[in-house]
Design a protein around this ligand. Structure first.
Ligand SMILES: NC(=O)c1ccc[n+]([C@@H]2O[C@H](COP(=O)([O-])OP(=O)(O)OC[C@H]3O[C@@H](n4cnc5c(N)ncnc54)[C@H](OP(=O)(O)O)[C@@H]3O)[C@@H](O)[C@H]2O)c1
Length: 282
C-alpha cells in the first residue's frame, strides 16, 4: 500500500527494532526505504547489522528524508526531539508517536499548524509479533494516515482504532495487560507446584493452557463464558475451582486493576514532562 514511502524511526530501542523487523518481514515497506536514528552508536550498529537498514545519528536529516517519522524514544525525550525536528516537519509528513502518555495536543503544539500526527499504544508482545496496538488520529490526520499506522502495527500483531480519550483505558488494559497475564501464569505454576508437580512441568501446563485458551477465543470468536461452560461439568473439578475463584472475587479484582491502571495512566499523562515546557515557535 505504501511500499514506496520512506519511514524513519527516531530512537532505535526495543520497540523500534520490533516494528522494523515486523514491517520488513510483512513486506509493508521495503528495506531500502527504512532508516533509524539513535544517540547510541551501538544501537545504530545493532539495527543495521540485524536488519540491513540505513542508520544515522542525525534526526533532522532522517526527518527530511522520511515521509513517515516514528517517534520511538522514551516519553521524556519526545519534547527535545520535536524541538530538534520541528522545522523539518511539514504537512507532507506523518508523525507517528508510540510514546506512552504524550498526547496529540502536546505533539501538535510543537509542530507547524496543520501537521499530521497519529498516536499509538503498542504492548510488549509486539516484540515477538503478537502485540495489540491502539491507534488514535490527530486533528489533521487523514484516513490514509490511519491506514498507514494500521498497516505498520498490524505487522507486529493486531490493531484497534480508538478515540484518544480512550488511550488511558488501552494503557490500563492492553498496555499493562501482559503483566497481569504473567502474574496469573506465575500463580498457576505455583498452584501446580503446590499440588505436587515439578516447576518445569507446571510451567508447560500453565503456559500452554493460557496460550491455547486465548487461541481458542481468537479462532472461534465465541464469548469466553460459552467456552468456560464447555469445560464445566456438573459437580466436577472445574466448577469446584471456579467457585473458589469467584469467592475470592477474582473478576472484581481484575476489573479494579484495569480501572486503577487507567487512572494512573491519566495521572502520569497530566504530569508528563513534555507538558511542563512552553509550546515551541516554529
Ligand atoms: N516497550 C514497550 O512495551 C512499550 C509499550 C508501549 C509504548 N512504548 C513506548 O515506546 C517508546 C520506546 O520504548 P523502548 O522500550 O523501545 O525504549 P528504549 O529501548 O529506551 O529506546 C529508545 C532509544 O532512543 C534513544 N534516544 C533517546 N533520545 C534520543 C534522541 N534524541 N534521538 C535519537 N534517539 C534517542 C535511546 O537512547 P538512550 O537509552 O541513550 O536514551 C534509546 O536507545 C517509549 O516512549 C515507550 O513509552 C513502549
Amino acid at each position: 500500500m505504501f511500499a514506496d514511502k520512506k519511514i524513519g524511526f527516531i530512537g532505535s530501542g526495543n520497540m523500534a527494532a520490533a516494528i522494523i523487523k515486523g514491517v520488513i518481514q510483512a513486506g509493508v515497506i521495503s528495506l531500502e526505504n527504512v532508516v533509524s536514528s539513535d544517540i547510541l552508536e551501538d544501537r545504530r550498529r545493532l539495527l543495521s547489522d540485524s536488519h540491513g537498514i540505513a542508520t544515522t545519528p542525525d534526526n533532522i536529516d532522517l526527518t527530511s528524508r522520511s515521509d513517515i517519522v516514528v517517534l520511538a524514544v522514551k516519553p521524556q525525550s519526545v519534547g527535545p526531539v520535536l524541538k530538534e525536528i520541528a522545522a523539518a516537519v511539514d504537512k507532507s509528513k506523518l508523525i507517528v508517536s508510540i510514546a506512552a502518555g504524550v498526547t496529540l495536543k502536546d505533539i501538535e503544539s510543537r509542530l507547524r499548524t496543520g501537521s499530521r500526527a497519529v498516536r499509538v499504544m503498542p504492548n510488549t508482545p509486539a516484540l515477538i509479533g503478537e502485540g495489540v496496538t491502539a491507534i488514535s488520529p490527530g486533528s489533521n490526520a487523514t484516513k490514509e494516515d490511519l491506514n498507514i499506522a494500521g498497516k505498520i502495527f498490524d505487522a507486529v500483531g493486531q490493531t484497534v482504532m480508538v478515540e484518544e480519550k480512550h488511550m488511558d483505558a488501552a494503557t490500563g488494559l492492553s498496555g499493562s495487560g501482559p503483566a497481569y497475564v504473567f502474574l496469573m501464569i506465575d500463580a498457576l505454576i505455583d498452584g501446580g507446584v503446590k499440588v505436587g508437580l515439578d516447576r518445569d512441568t507446571a510451567r508447560t501446563l500453565a503456559v500452554q493452557t493460557v496460550f491455547g485458551s486465548a487461541k481458542m477465543l481468537l479462532e472461534t470468536g465465541e464469548h469466553p463464558a460459552i467456552l468456560k461452560d464447555m469445560v464445566t461439568s456438573p459437580g466436577g473439578t472445574t466448577i469446584t475451582g471456579l467457585h473458589v475463584m469467584e469467592a475470592g472475587k477474582i473478576r472484581g479484582v481484575i476489573i479494579d486493576a484495569v480501572e486503577a491502571a487507567t487512572n494512573r495512566s491519566r495521572e502520569l499523562g497530566a504530569l508528563s514532562v513534555i507538558k511542563q515546557r512552553e509550546p515551541l515557535e516554529v
